[in-house]
Write a protein that binds this ligand. Structure first.
Ligand code: ADP
Length: 172
């Protein structure tokens, strides 16, 4: 793999993602982390915030670059002259969907291959959605995300609570 793209929502980035990033960066000459700007989902963090958080965490990794993208993954891969897509596989439940996407992408762009990295057992249960759910109820998320991400998530949740409270006051 000369140039690989690791795409995802990373809302927020977790220790599971970081494990894949470190392993992929040691396998690829250059790794581009593609942060998805998906208009059909309402993320907790804007795409700029997610890009900046990952940039900060990977600042000492010289062959890692972080970029936002929208639209088709294969178009982003081609625009970056990459030859591979990295995906993490947590459980069998990920597999069927990931295989379908990988095969579809190969039909659209035969020059691009998908490389699956099996999750580190330590993080096989971990997802961004779980982190958000725990944080939303005031739970402790330091086992799942680095300290600076924990701060960002907790601050975002506090802001949300304030907004909800203000809305409630306006309605009453
Ligand atoms: P998506 O919205 O595409 O699922 P995510 O940001 O959740 O994006 O995940 C991006 C990639 O990281 C996917 O390949 C996903 O399987 C992988 N991933 C997510 N969490 C983990 C984890 N805990 N361990 C390994 N890979 C993971």
């Amino acid at each position: 793999m000369k140039r690989a793209v690791y795409p995802g929502s990373f809302d927020p980035v977790t220790y599971g993602h970081l494990d894949i990033i470190e392993r992929a960066a040691s396998m690829a000459g250059h790794l581009i982390i593609g942060v998805l700007n998906n208009y059909s989902k309402t993320p907790l963090f804007s795409v700029e915030e997610r890009v900046n958080m990952i940039k900060s965490l990977t600042k000492d990794m010289p062959n890692v670059e972080v970029k936002a993208f929208g639209g088709l993954l294969v178009d982003f891969v081609r625009a970056n002259q990459a030859d591979a897509v990295i995906r993490g596989l947590r459980a069998v439940t990920d597999f069927e969907y990931e295989l379908q996407i990988a095969q579809t992408n190969r039909v659209i762009a035969p020059e691009v291959d998908t490389v699956f990295l099996a999750t580190n057992l330590k993080y096989s249960y971990l997802s961004s959605s779980i982190v958000k759910e725990i944080a939303a109820y005031g739970g402790e998320i330091s086992a799942f995300v680095p300290p600076e991400i924990r701060e960002h998530v907790n601050r975002k949740m506090e802001d949300r609570t304030k907004i909800e409270r203000n809305k409630g006051e306006e309605c009453s």
